[in-house]
Structures are given as C-alpha cells and as structure tokens.
Design a protein around this ligand. Structure first.
Ligand code: SAH
Ligand code: SF4
Length: 372
C-alpha cells in the first residue's frame, strides 16, 4: 500500500498580540513611565518599521518587547489605482487571510486645485456573517474578527505605501463593524488619541447593516462618531429580501434604535441606500424612505449598485435613479447620488478579496502580487 502523508495538525502558530492591539498603559513593558511614551512616538510619529529601530530604548527592553509582541500586522499583497485616483489596497494578514482598504481622494475643488483630503475605507472582519444577498463580502461567509491592531495598521500601512496623510475614516470595507464591537472600540481609542493616530471622532463614520442593540450601545459612549445605516429597503418586505439581518431586527426595532441614537448624539446620520433594479428602486419605496429620513433627520446617500461577479443584481437606469432621487428631494430630504468612484477597480465592499481568493484557488497567472 502506498504511503501517504497526512497532515493532521495545521502548523500555524497562535498569533501573538501586536503592539498596535493595546493602548500604551496596557503594554507589557518595564521601566519608567516615559518608556511608554517613547514607544508610542516610535509607532505613531516616527513610524518605525520594527521594534529593533526604537533606538532610544535599552536593548533589554527591546528584546523583551520582541519576545512579547508581533510588530507587523499586514503587508500589501496588491495595490491598484494611481496616485490621483481611488486606490484599492489588498492586505495579507499574519494568518494568511486577506482584507482590503480603499483610499479615496476628495474631488478637486472648483478651481481645479488638488485637495489634500483623503478618506480611507477600512475593513473590520475577514468575511462577513450577515450574508446580504448583493454583497461580495458575505459570499464566502465569516472567518474571523480583526484585532484592534489589524484595524489600526490599515491606516498606518496605507500612509506608508501611498505617502498620503489620511484625515477621514469610513468603516465601510469588509465585515460588519458593530459585530466586532469590542475590538472596534479599542481601535477607535487608538485612532482618536493624541498619542495615537490622532484622527478626530467627527471625521470617523461607522456603517452598519443594522445591529440595533449595538447601535444603542454606541449611543452610550462619549465619542462623537458618525453613524451610517445601510437601509437598502424602506419596508420589511423589500429589505428582508436582500438583508437577512432584517428578520432579527425588523424596521420598527431598528429605526427606534436609530431615533434614540440621533436624539442622544444630535448628529445628522446617513441612510445608505443601494439602488438595485426591480428590487428597491420604485417611487413607492422612495416615498417611504423619505418618511424614515425625515423622522431621523437623516440625509440619504443613494448608491447605484456595483455589479458583483456571480450575482444577478443590476443597477437601475439613470432615469429610475433620477426619479428615485427626485421623490426624496421633493419631500425636502437631502439626497446625494454616489457615482461609485472605485467602480473600475472593484472598490465595492469585498470584491477585491473575492477575486484574490479565486486567484489563490485557480492560480490564475495574470495577477501580479507585490512581494512585501
Ligand atoms: N457591514 C457594514 C459595512 C460594510 S458594507 C454595512 O453593511 O453597512 C459598506 C457599504 O457598502 C454598505 O452600505 C453595503 O451595503 C455597500 N455595498 C455592499 N456591496 C455593494 C455593491 N455591490 N454595490 C454597492 N454598494 C455595496
Ligand atoms: Fe456584511 Fe455589510 Fe456586506 Fe451585508 S453589506 S454582507 S453586513 S459587509
């Protein structure tokens, strides 16, 4: 009988914590208190590429940190787009999983001058458990939560790779941010802190498919973060056709939680609404959506559907899109149509990773991977 070698145990070692997973006061570090400040400076100001570079730390301290922590959270596996356009970054994590970020420059102003404002769209999970029928992230199911450091590292690495300073964040990449609540909050502390990345809460938007209990929890904490709700259907009937989460938190429960959030935070929230042909693009849905928006003092962001390979959904005609937007503005609701900037480089949620997974499976030769 032929001898076949079977691998019973995966040789993958458990992940150690990252320095970026913890706030300075939590670091396993000995010596005087200013050491923590020095390490934070190396991480966030001088942007050290390793613990070894932290030259004002005694060798013993560096060795201790190297034994206790991993330093590099992710490496760029693929970068698409050019310096002046939307850039899509596919990251390979220590676990071998992929997540993505998208860097979006602000449009040039009226005088054609280049703006220095950059928004980064971040991922919070590998895959997603919520299985919205139109979304590439949900197609492969949920794999794991990102750690706080893996969330923060997307910002630092994007700045390193592109040389751009990021001043705005949207949690609209892969995953459901509020399903990774604890790690997200920890990442936000590090992102918001003056010793950390230093991006103000007003410049941070969390997008959720509608986890009502976590929306309530978010309204209890002090950071003035902006909230975007992925509504995509104005009635339960339409919404649950495409978003299974609606069965768990139907619209009455969800909109009540959002109304409370709005009342507590006094911030204008955004309702995101993907327009999918023949599913949710009727004038009737628009009229009901307008009512929800007025109740929540929300503006509406209309997103013509970005086609996903393997899925049947289509974006409506420009005529239907304009008709839908017209019903909203006619009801005195602020509505913008987002003509997807990253359309040509698979910038919608989860699409680049999906392609990479297919490549890894089929070993297609045409995708060049950057050696990091
Ligand atoms: N899980 C969160 C955040 C990530 S998705 C959420 O659902 O809100 C970010 C946004 O991209 C959501 O509004 C989502 O519905 C939208 N989206 C997903 N797939 C899309 C597609 N193919 N075209 C356009 N928008 C899409
Ligand atoms: Fe998950 Fe959001 Fe995609 Fe729905 S739209 S599957 S919640 S990432």
């Amino acid at each position: 009988m032929a001898f076949t070698r079977r691998i019973l145990y995966s040789p993958v070692k458990p992940l150690r914590p990252l320095l970026l997973d913890e706030a300075p006061e939590e670091w396993n570090l000995f010596g005087p208190d200013y050491r923590r400040q020095q390490v934070a400076e190396w991480l966030f100001r001088k942007r050290a590429g390793s613990i070894g570079e932290m030259s004002n730390l005694p060798t013993g301290v560096r060795q201790h940190l190297e034994a206790a922590y991993d330093f590099t959270a992710l490496r760029p596996a693929r970068v698409t787009g050019s310096a002046d356009t939307t850039r899509k970054l596919l990251w390979e994590l220590r676990s071998g999983d992929y997540v993505e970020s998208v860097l979006i420059p602000a449009s040039p102003d009226l005088f054609g001058e280049r703006s220095d404002r950059f928004t980064l769209c971040l991922s919070t999970q590998v895959g997603c458990a919520y299985g919205c029928k139109f979304c590439a992230s949900g197609l492969e199911g949920w794999k794991r939560n990102l750690t706080p450091g893996e969330i923060v590292a997307q910002i630092l690495e994007t700045e390193r790779v592109t040389g751009k300073k990021i001043n705005n964040l949207v949690f609209m990449g892969m995953g459901e941010p509020l399903a990774n609540y604890e790690n997200l909050m920890k990442a936000l502390t590090i992102i918001n802190a003056s010793w950390g990345v230093g991006i103000g809460a007003r410049h941070i938007t969390i997008s959720t498919s509608g986890l009502a209990p976590q929306i309530r929890e978010l309204s209890e904490q002090p950071l003035q973060i902006r909230l975007a709700l992925s509504l995509h259907g104005a009635t339960d009937e339409v919404r649950q056709q495409i978003m299974p989460v609606n069965r768990k938190y139907p619209l009455t429960v969800l909109l009540e939680a959002c109304a409370d959030y709005q009342a507590k935070k006094r911030k204008m929230m955004t309702l995101e609404y993907i327009l999918i042909e023949g599913v949710n693009d009727s004038a009737e849905q628009a009229a009901i959506l307008a009512k929800h928006a007025r109740r929540l003092h929300a503006k509406v962001n209309l997103i013509p559907y970005n086609t996903v390979e393997g899925l049947e959904w289509r974006r409506p005609s420009d005529f239907s899109i304009d008709r839908f937007a017209g019903v909203l503005t006619g009801a005195r609701v602020t509505a913008t149509v987002r003509r997807e900037k990253g359309h040509d480089i698979d910038a919608a949620c989860g699409q680049l990773r999906l392609k990479q997974l297919k490549v890894d499976r089929d070993e297609l030769p045409e995708v060049s991977r950057i050696k990091g």
